[in-house]
Design a protein around this ligand. Sequence first.
Ligand code: SAM
Length: 292
Amino acid sequence: MAGCLYLVATPIGNLEDMTFRAVRILSEADLIAAEDTRNSMKLLRHFNIHTPMTAYHEFNKIDKAKSLIGKMQAGATVACITDAGTPGISDPGEELTRMCYEAGISVYAVPGPAAVIAAVTSSGQACRRFAFEAFLPRDKKEKIRILEELKSESRTMVIYEAPHRLKQTLIDLEAALGCERKLTIARELTKKHEEKMRMTLGQSLDYYHKKDPRGEYVLVIEGKSWEETDSEDRARWEEMDLDRHMQLYLDQGLDKRDAMKAVARDRGISKREVYAELLKGNKSAKEPGSEL
Ligand code: SAM
């Protein structure tokens, strides 16, 4: 019988956050694939777990996954852990999981801590809808592309950052989203020096101008407000000639009646006003309710 893979979440700072199930699965597995075996040894010792470990990390994630899959095909139960938190969340685990699916091996999550969830839920920002961006790309071009995308993001955004890159990331975010955008800076979650600061991006730059970042960070940034989006859109439509605006919707396959409705909604005016404007522009629009 084939074995299986468990993705086991481990604490992000506070050992009391280890779940009972995580301890049991790690104790019962045949093999633990750990991101850093030396680091995980402390965790296993603390919970009196004696399962053999092997290294599974970013630099051997394909070759090692093949050998782990071989073991699971032969019946072994493998548990994957990372240095902290949930495997697959900005950590190894995703490739191994995908390859297990391809090999027909069952994969089970053993949920537990993840900095993204701890940060977003304790941030005081809207957490019904959020976009997890993990770390911003290091590549300059890619980073610019992501920041461009984030400019129109209306969901709360969550970004991981290391202390030595925090200032630059705040500078980049301020340039993209403006100094008034609010955020919560969550630091050292679940640890002794846990801290959460709610401020604007502008204020965060002033703060870190005077103080050097230390520890692990998650940035939880408010999304763009609907009002801001609406007024920007409205300004864009108002610049557009009414005929072109109508044509935009006609080209999308809307009939004249629905196109007029959409144009009226976009410009914040009534359908009758759109009609009157179109007539003024010497167009052959007919009374709403006749052919339209
Ligand atoms: N797999 C982990 C998880 O589930 O959150 C994330 C691992 S990722 C390599 C490490 C990053 O997660 C850190 O740079 C930091 O941004 C964030 N992080 C991890 N633990 C944290 C903590 N206790 N407080 C704040 N951020 C943390």
